[in-house]
Design a protein around this ligand. Sequence first.
Ligand code: ZN
Length: 88
Amino acid sequence: MTRTRQNDQPADAPRCSHCGEAFPTDQLRDLHRGLEHYDALADDEREAFDEAYIAETEGLRSFRLRALAALVLVYFGFLFAYAVMAVG
Ligand SMILES: [Zn+2]
């Protein structure tokens, strides 16, 4: 697989149509275009940015919930371990 020197992405990776930067996924490219070139975007590119932004927001929310659940599990795990050690 050929890689570019610019940011170590494959040569056939999705590229920004405005600055040529390569991205690992179409979603990341759409997010970049919306954040860096929003005024120059066509309607379909803005629509793709909106969809990518919504998907990213949902993904972040899901990650935060899972991270919180893991933190609660670790907290109570240590709490119960301490209680068992302190009593026993
Ligand atoms: Zn760009």
